[in-house]
Design a protein around this ligand. Structure first.
Ligand SMILES: O=C(O)CCC(=O)C1=CC=C[C@@H](O)[C@@H]1C(=O)O
Ligand SMILES: [Mg+2]
Length: 316
């Protein structure tokens, strides 16, 4: 059995800010077990573990497999990588809908390029579009949303606040929104109770993301519309599947979402999305933020872009 661990560092097209941390490169690990790959890429600001911790645990897991034992990772990113590399993937998966586009950047800069952005879609604007909020002045963000809603009347907007508002701020924002075109608002406040209070006070539909990765308590509510599941951050695929089941039982939409993984990780997430949520456009529009790839168009891993950390073989 062949086992190996590689490290990658892929430049972002422009530096991106994750919960106050500015990143110029996306760094992560790729694990391969008998020709099957997994990705281990904690996202700074969102994951609780560092890449260094993930690397140490990944090497220990590979050593365990080499000794003929079962790998038992505890860190979410490592669980995700090892689960993917050892999973029996279904052979025939349904075709996946295209990911909805993710707009990120300063509202003033986006306003300037809006004509180009809208023209890029031509006669076929996306059914959904995601925009980050709670980052810049509320008036600027609201003006951009208004423009988007006017220019793209058939597109539903997904807004993501990453828990960045107090209850009062979120309420003030939602009161100025025309809710007609809002698909849902992801995580307006850091605490689930505040998010629910905002939904009840303003009528906005909400979705959970960080609440799920933090493993916080939550319950179904008539205004809770979707679970945004980020497998890289949640970790074990059985924990992800449990969330999918819970969503189905509660009549919630499931949106499989990326954490700015490499093209290899995005391919794995696309397969999971077509298995778990085939009729929902996934939140996987992050690849174009990276200027380099780790795989070729046919899916072969390009070793030149990787730094090999360990390569071993066992007799199995
Ligand atoms: O969910 C998506 O549509 C794409 C991924 C995405 O928006 C995010 C990925 C990782 C961190 C954040 O920047 C953001 C999110 O919070 O959902
Ligand atoms: Mg989110």
């Amino acid at each position: 059995m062949q086992l190996a661990l590689y490290r990658y560092s892929l430049p972002f097209r422009q530096p991106l800010v994750f919960k106050g941390q500015r990143l110029a490169n996306r760094e992560g690990l790729l694990v391969t077990i008998n020709g099957q790959w997994g990705e281990i890429a904690p996202l700074p600001g969102f994951s609780t573990e560092t890449l260094a911790k993930a690397e140490t645990e990944s090497l220990a897991c590979l050593a365990a497999i080499k000794r003929g034992e079962k790998a038992m990772p505890t860190l979410p990113s490592v669980q995700f990588g090892f689960d993917c590399a050892q999973r029996q993937w279904p052979a025939n998966l349904p075709a996946l809908l295209p990911p909805y586009p993710l707009l990120q950047g300063e509202p003033a800069a986006l306003m300037v390029t809006l004509d180009n952005i809208v023209a890029g879609w031509g006669a076929l604007p996306p059914t959904r579009l995601k925009l980050k909020v709670a980052r810049y002045a509320m008036e600027e963000e609201l003006a951009l949303i208004n423009q988007l809603a006017t220019r793209l009347p058939t597109t539903k907007l997904i807004l993501d606040a990453n828990g960045g508002w107090t209850r009062e701020e979120a309420q003030r924002f939602c009161e100025c929104l025309s809710l007609k075109q809002i698909d849902y608002l992801e995580e307006p406040c850091a605490a689930f109770a505040d998010t629910i209070a905002v939904a009840e006070a303003t009528g906005v539909a909400i979705a959970l993301d960080e609440t799920l990765t933090r493993g916080e308590e939550w319950y179904c509510h008539p205004q809770l519309k979707a679970l945004v599941i980020k497998p890289t951050l949640i970790g074990s695929l059985s924990d992800c599947e449990a969330l999918v089941q819970r969503a189905r039982a509660g009549n919630l939409r499931v949106v499989i979402s990326s954490s700015f993984e490499s093209d290899l990780g995005l391919g794995l997430l696309a397969r999971l999305a077509s298995e778990w949520a085939p009729s929902e456009p996934p939140g996987l529009d992050t690849e174009h933020w990276l200027t380099e790839r780790v795989t070729t168009a046919t899916g072969e891993v390009v070793a030149e872009n990787l730094h090999c950390l360990s390569k071993m073989e066992n007799s199995a």
